[in-house]
Design a protein around this ligand. Structure first.
Ligand code: DSN
Length: 426
């Protein structure tokens, strides 16, 4: 199995055969299925090796050169490398690479300048936003007074005039931008204008699009936002973790709220993996990869449009899009189950103004980071749409699912999962 040393896997097998069996099965699942979950990616062997390295053994509360423990020389080196490379990738004033997750990064952005009870305005989760942007069941909606903007019912795109109006009505202290199920280019100058017009800070969460932003294939929010947060494992293809960038004036407050405010010891093995991933992302091959992610998403969306499927907002500018399956008489939940049986993994997703509950949903979300990491291109996208169509036209036909599953497995064999970040082949 690539990505882990043979010795390491043998150690797990000897110590804990149950966990070993589950890891092997998961590796097989990732290898044999087509995964179109827009927020997932396959990290390189180097990233995974760093994440499993000896730095997991080290306590390093504090920051490079200012730690609360001895013996931090080497973890200081990797944190400094991660910081320097992140600054190079995103051209930001200040970065803190310690957040354990995107959720913690967002919490830090809020708490560095807001007080409990302050008002925030974010994109509605039901219309493509994220849990941590003010949802009532999340810390962001529990600690702050949250208000929401969404997309226009006709265009299914953000209506910036409506956001402006909402901001004037609720006067937020923080305007939150970013989405987990919105496929269109975000207009950061316009969001900055809205935030400034009501005296709000601007937080942009680029978790989904950070690989595109790093390579210039989506405009960067860095010149416009007070805070930019991201996860590092989606399009950016690093370890599962988070990161926060900010203007110089917020640097002290951000560092203080991450540690000691929210976290204790940083995960130095994960920070080492971030440094490796950022080095990969700085290579020309990574830009080729991100362009392939975009091209594949366009091809998928166009093929669905030609087959009488409803692509939400009519297309995509990013790595993902939603399919509204209402006209196909199949729910998102049924589609997710039928496709998984056919070896194609997607997630059910609410579409804008969905009348079904989120656990059923009227749509599915499709993304191309993993297919592109495997090196697939236009021919494979056309083939995949044809298989998805066959399954969704007859969602209860197990023979079709079995036939597609075998064909999917054969395709996957031609595109091994640990596609080298250094390779430029298409
Ligand atoms: N749960 C992630 C997603 O799937 O988009 C966002 O955090």
């Amino acid at each position: 199995m690539m990505g882990y040393t043979i010795e390491a896997m043998h150690a797990i097998q000897e110590t804990d055969p149950d966990v070993y069996t589950a890891i092997q099965a998961e590796e097989q699942r990732q290898r044999e299925k087509l995964v179109l979950i827009a927020s997932e990616n396959y990290a390189s062997p180097a990233v995974m090796a760093a994440q499993g390295c000896v730095m997991t053994n080290k306590y390093a509360e504090g920051y490079p050169g200012r730690r609360y423990y001895g013996g931090c020389q080497h973890v200081d080196s990797v944190e400094e490398l991660a910081i320097d490379r992140a600054k190079q990738l995103f051209d930001c004033d200040h970065v803190n690479v310690q957040p354990h997750s995107g959720s913690t990064a967002n919490m830090a952005a809020y708490l560095s300048v807001l007080k409990p009870g302050d008002t925030i305005l974010g994109m509605d989760l039901a219309q493509g936003g994220h849990l941590t942007h003010g949802s009532r069941v999340n810390f962001s909606g529990i600690i702050f007074q949250s208000h929401f903007y969404g997309v226009d019912r006709e265009t299914e795109m953000i209506d910036y005039d409506a956001v402006q109006q909402k901001a004037e009505e609720c006067r937020p202290r923080m305007l939150v931008v970013g989405a987990s199920a919105y496929s269109r280019t975000l207009d950061f100058p316009r969001f900055q204008h809205i935030a400034q017009s009501v005296g709000a800070y601007l937080l942009v969460d680029i978790a989904h699009i950070s690989g595109l932003v790093a390579t210039g294939l989506h405009p960067s929010p860095v010149p416009y936002a007070d805070f930019v947060t991201t996860t590092t494992h989606k399009t950016l293809r690093g370890p599962r973790a988070g990161m926060i960038m900010c203007k110089a004036e917020h640097a002290k407050a951000v560092n203080k709220i991450i540690f000691p405010g929210l976290q204790g010891g940083p995960l130095m093995h994960v920070i080492a993996a971030k440094a490796v991933a950022f080095k990969e992302a700085l290579s020309p091959a990574f830009t080729v990869y991100q362009q392939r992610v975009l091209d594949n998403a366009h091809t998928l969306a166009n093929e669905f449009n030609q087959r009488d499927y409803r692509v939400v907002s009519g297309g995509t500018d990013t790595h993902l899009f939603l399919l509204n399956l209402t006209n196909k008489n199949v729910t998102g939940k049924e589609a997710e189950t039928a496709l998984d049986a056919a070896g194609i993994t997607v997630n059910k997703n609410a579409v804008p103004y969905d009348e079904k509950p989120p656990a059923v949903a009227s749509g599915i979300r499709l993304g191309t980071p993993i297919l592109s990491t495997r090196g697939m291109g236009a021919d494979e996208m056309t083939q995949i749409v044809s298989w998805i169509d066959q399954v969704l036209e007859h969602p209860h036909d197990t023979q079709i699912q079995e036939h597609v599953r075998k064909a999917v497995k054969a395709l996957c064999t031609r595109f091994p999962i640990f596609y080298s970040a250094q390779s430029t082949s298409a």
